[in-house]
Structures are given as structure tokens and as C-alpha cells.
Ligand binder design. Sequence first.
Ligand code: UDP
Length: 330
Amino acid sequence: MNKSDRLTLVAGGAGFIGSHLCRMLLEAGEHVVCVDNLQTSRPSNLAVLKQYDNFEFIQADITAPWPTSLVTRARQFHRVYNLACAASPPAYQADPEHTMLTSVVGTSQLLRLAEASGARFLLTSTSEVYGDPESHPQREEYRGNVSCTGPRACYDEGKRAAEALTFDYARSGRADVRVARIFNTYGPNMDPCDGRVVSNVICQALSGEAITIYGDGSQTRSFCYVTDTAEALRRLMEADEIGMEPVNIGNPREMTVRELVDLVVDMLGRPAEVRNAPLPVDDPRRRKPNIDRARALLGWEPTTKLEDGIRATMDWFARELGDEVLVTAK
Ligand code: UDP
């Protein structure tokens, strides 16, 4: 495959969503430079990407000074995607200071890089900027209900600051920017141990462990399949007229956690024990994106049915966990 002079930088490219985005870009013939600290990524995600000639990997943390291998290439970038941040609550709460710095210092460093190379910049923000929303479904105009002192603040407030910084670069003409607010996403390449509801429920169901529902399971989320999310990010980056607005990326099909558990257990085809555990502090009651803006600006909406996506994810986890699952399955 021909290597072009124009490089696409994907920070966090070895992670869950990042690895799907990299693969999509590589398949389209782009030369992708992935920067990742491997904090929450699976080695197998990276192994697949390394099979492409047009892929380069640089192990680095976006909060640290750039390694020479990146500095010497800086002026060649024409697209900079920032997907680097732990995103599951247990993972981002394990080192809250680093989480905050990843969003703020990391985004600042990547924006400077984008400015220096004249690259277009895309920040992946999050539905967490809406906090525990009082407005439902969530539109981009909604300013959110975030606790700035709670255990989720390192992530929510970090991303809010990153959005502010990103739009300041655009306002002052320093970079052409895009901001995606990503809602709950699931699919292959998720870390089975990252503590999210989809990975927990599937791994517990496959291995015959009790399925944990936090609280009474009546809280809602809206789950988007990862290839739909990656396609939306690529379209957002390449769209010409976006303006100074963030764009929600998610699936508007809302369901309770209990309904998700029932779906997984149905697909498994054998009974499973369910155990209730305490609801985490500041756990949002409801979450559902309004995606009118993505539909209008990107001509995008999710195309993967939840049942098909959950089936594909279960198959992937079953393969990935392999013997581990078979040994413990009841
Ligand atoms: N949750 C659950 N069981 C689990 C993990 C999570 O019931 O094993 C709940 C969690 O409390 C939340 C929802 O599922 O209400 C989604 O949690 P997740 O961590 O996946 O993402 P969040 O949207 O909270 O960032």
C-alpha cells in the first residue's frame, strides 16, 4: 500500500473505539500514526492494526512531552483525532488526576500539534457532559447537570474543559475543529474487565457468574454499536460545514439496564443468576441522545440493530475469552 506524505494522527488508537476508527481509516488507504499509552487497550487490538503497512504505532502518553519520533513528523499531519482517555467509570476513577490531565493537558498538546501542522482536529467528548440530565432526550444545546465535586467529575469536567479549549482554538482561528459527544458504545475490542455494563453482563453470562445489576436496574442507557460510532467520527471529521457546535453520536434506542440483562440472558439460552449491587454515586438515571444534528450534518444514523450488535459482541467475547469461559461455564 502506498504511504502518503499526509498523515492522520489517532491518539488513543489502540483503544476500544480508536482501534475500529484506525481500521476504517487504514482500509480507506490513509497513513495512520497511532499514539497510545496502552493504559486501557488490549494488545490484540494493536496486533491487528500492526498488520497494515500504512500503520505506525508510537507508545506515548498525551500528558507527557512528545517523543522525538512524533515531533519530527508533526508538520505532516492533516487530521488529528483525540480518542485518548480511559472512559469506563472504574478505569477513569482509578487515577482521577491522570484522567483530568489526559483531557485537559492532553487535548492542549494535541491542539498545539494540530495548529503547528494546519491539521483539522476532532475531540471525542462524551454524553457525560450532560451529567444526570434533567432534560430528556439530550440535545446538544442542553448544558447539563454535572456534579463538579463527585467521583465522576475527573472525567465529566475534564471533557467539558477539553471542549472549551477546543472551541477556543476555533474561535481564535488556530485550528479547524470538530467535537463529538459519544454516548454509550459497545462491541468487539471492548476490554472484558473495564467494568462497563455491556462487557460485565456478557462476560458474567458467558462464564456462568452471577450478573450484577447496580441499583434496581431501572436506570436507562442507549447503546450504539462501535462500527456505527467510528463511521460517525470519520464523517464528522470530513464534513465541511459543521460550525461551532458539538455533535451527539449515539443510538436513540433507550432501554433499562434490566432490559439489557434480559436480552443477553435470552440470547445465551440458559438461565443466569442476577445479583443486585449498590448504585454508584452520581450514576445518571436516564440517558438518550437526540441525534437530529448528526442526521442533518453528517447524513448519519446508527444502522446496527441492538440484537445483531449484542449477538456479534457475545460471539467476540466468547472467542476472546476462549478457555476461560469454557472452564467456568455452568
Ligand atoms: N451497571 C450495572 N452493572 C454492571 C456495570 C454497570 O448495572 O456490572 C450500570 C451502571 O450503574 C449504569 C449503567 O449500568 O447505570 C451503565 O454503566 P456503564 O459503566 O456501562 O456506563 P455509564 O453510562 O455509567 O458511564
